[in-house]
Design a protein around this ligand. Structure first.
Ligand code: ZN
Length: 417
């Protein structure tokens, strides 16, 4: 099973928006660009919502039937580990093997020395086509990097073999993720990681490094855009080199996690893709849940009341909601509207505060981030929330499709006219 050149991960927390999401891919396909949808949901999201992995497959299959989608589509067991993968074995065909926690853990005895012996090509001056300056990799650098990632790449091998034993070789797509960690991986580190994954026999088709800069939930990129563009281009070059050098799958490509709403790096990404003709996977999740909130609000009446109620509860519970996400949100509490203020807002005012139009006078990124991590509130509401998703479906699905197509797929993948 091969992942196509362009693929786009969508998250559908409450399993109501798969058709609206797929419609965005159809709109791109109608304009001649095939972007393969991948429905992703992590163990953590399932736990918060109270759902089980087969529900993602069921929602994806139903959307594909409804839309008459004939291109491939996938269901991603997102950020799985050995202890959480089993529930996903029956219904996923895409596995994001998360080994970030093993980065920096000590390697086994002799492992690093054996790696360095196996890879004499990695020491010295490395000229990689597409990377401006050659890398100078000292033996001591290589030992340090190999040591830092030995456990993580070995763990990827263990998890990959566990999945392979259940599903059979070649019957699923393998992604390896290292994004949920503190420090970004340099292009040189990425090269060593790919060599180690190849040694482990992991046929990685897409890899999610941690990139430079902040990827806060549901809002724009924060960081040095020129530096990001340089590193992103170098990462692409390293992947192409690793495919040839280590015999990794020819379709190996980068995966950008927390990729929704990072509008200021989309043009740099598109330029890098155009220069290299590389593929790309972009993973999004919570941006669709925020469109559900916007659609509820736009619907007015009970929908608006529910949206305000969710916000009020999230506001009151903000410390607990935000704590697990400290490294991926930046909320200034003084910029949050109080529930009492929000109670007086019109549907349009509420929607404009949450909808991600950078520079729009009413857009409130602090409020948007709080709602992003507030899906637990909706999960707790249960049927009251789910029922209103049905009642307000027209406005919600319109917003879901428009957000993915206009603000994500178009600037990332479609040639700008
Ligand atoms: Zn991730």
């Amino acid at each position: 099973m091969e992942l196509a050149k362009y693929s786009f991960g969508v998250g559908d927390r409450f399993a109501h928006q798969a058709t609206a999401q797929l419609r965005a891919c159809r709109m791109a396909a109608d304009r001649g660009v095939e972007i393969i949808p991948v429905w992703n949901k992590s163990y953590r999201e399932h736990t918060t919502i109270g759902s089980a992995p087969p529900s993602v497959r069921a929602a994806a299959d139903a959307a594909v039937r409804e839309e008459g989608w004939t291109l491939p589509y996938h269901v991603d067991a997102d950020h799985i580990r050995l202890e959480t993968v089993d529930g996903f074995l029956a219904t996923s065909d895409f596995y994001t093997i998360d080994v970030a926690d093993a980065i920096g853990k000590p390697a086994g005895p002799g492992e690093v020395a054996a790696f360095v012996e196996r890879h004499p090509e990695l020491t010295g001056r490395l000229s990689i086509p597409g990377v401006d300056a050659p890398f100078d990799m000292l033996r001591s650098d290589l030992e340090r990097i190999a040591g830092k990632y030995a456990r993580a790449t070995a763990e990827a091998g263990t998890i990959y073999r566990h999945i392979k034993a259940a599903k059979g070789e070649g019957n699923f797509i393998t992604e390896v993720s290292m994004d949920e960690t503190d420090t970004p991986q340099t292009p040189g580190e990425l090269l060593v990681i790919l060599a180690a994954l190849a040694d482990q026999g992991v046929p990685v088709q897409t890899i999610a490094p941690k990139f430079t800069g902040r990827f806060n939930k549901g809002v724009d990129y924060v960081g040095d855009i020129a530096q990001f563009e340089k590193e992103f281009g170098e990462d692409i070059a390293v992947l192409a080199y690793a495919v040839k050098q280590f015999g990794l799958p020819a379709n190996l490509k980068l995966s950008v996690h927390s990729g929704s709403d990072k509008f200021s790096i989309y043009a740099p990404i598109q330029r890098a893709l155009a220069r290299s003709s590389a593929g790309l996977h972009v993973k999004t999740a919570g941006t669709t849940w925020l469109e559900e909130i916007i659609g509820l609000a736009e619907s007015g009446g009970e929908g608006l009341t529910l949206a305000k109620d969710i916000y009020a509860q999230a506001y009151n519970d903000r410390d607990a909601l935000c704590a697990p996400y400290a490294s991926v949100i930046d909320i200034d509490p003084s910029r949050l509207a109080t529930p009492a203020t929000v109670a007086g807002w019109s549907a349009d005012k509420f929607a404009a505060a949450v909808r991600h139009i950078p520079g729009a006078p009413e857009f409130n990124p602090d409020m948007r981030q709080l709602l992003h991590v507030g899906y637990k509130i909706a999960a707790r509401m249960g049927d009251r929330f789910l029922h209103m998703l049905d009642v307000c479906a027209p406005a919600i699905s319109r917003n879901v499709t428009e957000n993915l197509y206009e603000r994500h797929l178009k600037p990332l993948f479609l040639t700008q006219e």
